[in-house]
Design a protein around this ligand. Structure first.
Ligand code: SAH
Length: 340
């Protein structure tokens, strides 16, 4: 639940067992209220010796609280909140290509319910404090000069927090199941008997080309798109099949192997006039698209200046982006952030 009330300088009395009221405590504090808590009816009566503006009940129908709640209702505004789930859970959330507008409602809801968020650099993370109402935020992504937290440590952290009864959100860039190691984290939760849900996200494989006005398919131009990881160089068999399909090729994590990829496509006989685009930092204010062709990219080395994160698009659809009306590329506001 979002709490857009301004409760600064207001006093809120929170009723309920400590574990049940933890999330409400965080949320009302985040909204600016001075929060007092009472975990038993006796404590509640004592707390009322001082004035309060609002009473929040997280007592979840427990009859022990009935009489004191009835008394309170006579003089106070009493709001009921559902108690926190007793067991922890893990929610894998796809955050989209890095701009808050392209997060789904389900993603926002998961963040609003989170006690802890483990996030990556490519996920939208500028406004996490607002979106989560003050959950604990843990950066597990790569930064210049610092390694990413190893996957097994991330999984151990997810399990530790969930075992402590918390709702743990694992926020990833794009979609969790597209080169996101999402299924490994589902497996880790399942093996530990912890419920895991997955919220899909807008993948960069499709949206970052869109940010440059490039449709991954277009009638009579391309009727397929293949998304491949360029983390390791593509094999000749892969290159041959990709070229043979005649559709759009989308390479993620492809900057480090970019020269090898274009040289390989050239070598296996792809039409050397095939256009390609490298879209760097999609949806950021410093987004930039470099256009070339297979032959020119090989001979001029124009792509060696490109840097990560970038999506590489190879195929005739690239022309449609290059010739697109400018407003297509501008239809979503970029994130107000510079390079990570
Ligand atoms: N799960 C993610 C992909 C993770 S792999 C998804 O579905 O989008 C990381 C790669 O995604 C990067 O190397 C880059 O190729 C691409 N990427 C993600 N966000 C990007 C962005 N805003 N701009 C350009 N490339 C991006």
């Amino acid at each position: 639940m979002n709490l857009d009330l301004d409760l600064s300088d207001r006093t809120v009395l929170l009723l309920g067992a400590a574990h049940a009221s933890r999330r409400a405590l965080r949320r009302y504090s985040h909204a600016g209220a001075a929060v007092r808590t009472a975990s038993t009816p006796e404590e509640a009566r004592r707390a009322l010796a001082r004035p309060v503006d609002l009473v929040v009940s997280v007592t979840d129908g427990n009859p022990a609280w009935g009489p004191v709640l009835a008394e309170l209702r006579e003089h106070h505004l009493v709001v009921s909140e559902p108690a926190a789930a007793p067991g922890g859970q893990i929610i894998l959330v796809g955050g989209g290509p890095g701009v808050e507008e392209l997060m789904t409602l389900a993603a926002r809801r998961a963040l609003a319910e989170a006690d802890v968020v483990l996030y990556d650099r490519l996920a939208p993370h500028e406004d996490l404090d607002e979106l989560t109402h003050g959950a604990e935020l843990i950066d597990v992504g790569k930064r210049p000069g610092r390694h990413a937290v190893p996957q097994q440590d991330i999984e151990a952290m997810l399990l530790d927090h969930a075992r402590a009864g918390k709702t743990v959100v694992r926020l990833k860039g794009g979609d969790p199941f597209v080169f996101g190691r999402g299924r490994e984290e589902v497996g880790a939760g399942a093996a530990a008997g912890i419920p895991v849900t997955v919220v899909p996200g807008v993948t960069s494989a499709v949206s970052v080309p869109t940010a440059a006005g490039i449709p991954v398919t277009h009638r009579e131009v391309s009727r397929s798109f293949t998304v491949i990881s360029g983390h390791a160089p593509l094999t000749d068999a892969e290159l041959t099949h990709l070229a043979g399909l005649g559709g759009t090729i989308v390479v993620l994590m492809g900057v480090g192997t970019l020269q090898q990829t274009v040289a390989g496509l050239h070598r296996v006989g792809m039409d050397p006039t095939t256009p390609l685009a490298v879209v760097e930092r999609g949806y950021r204010v410093d987004q930039v698209t470099t256009y070339s062709t297979i032959a020119d990219a090989v001979s001029t080395g124009v792509l060696t200046r490109c840097s990560s994160p970038a999506v590489v698009v190879v195929g005739d659809v690239v022309r449609l982006g290059r010739d697109a009306p400018a407003h297509i590329a501008d239809s979503v506001e970029p994130a107000g952030v510079g390079p990570a």
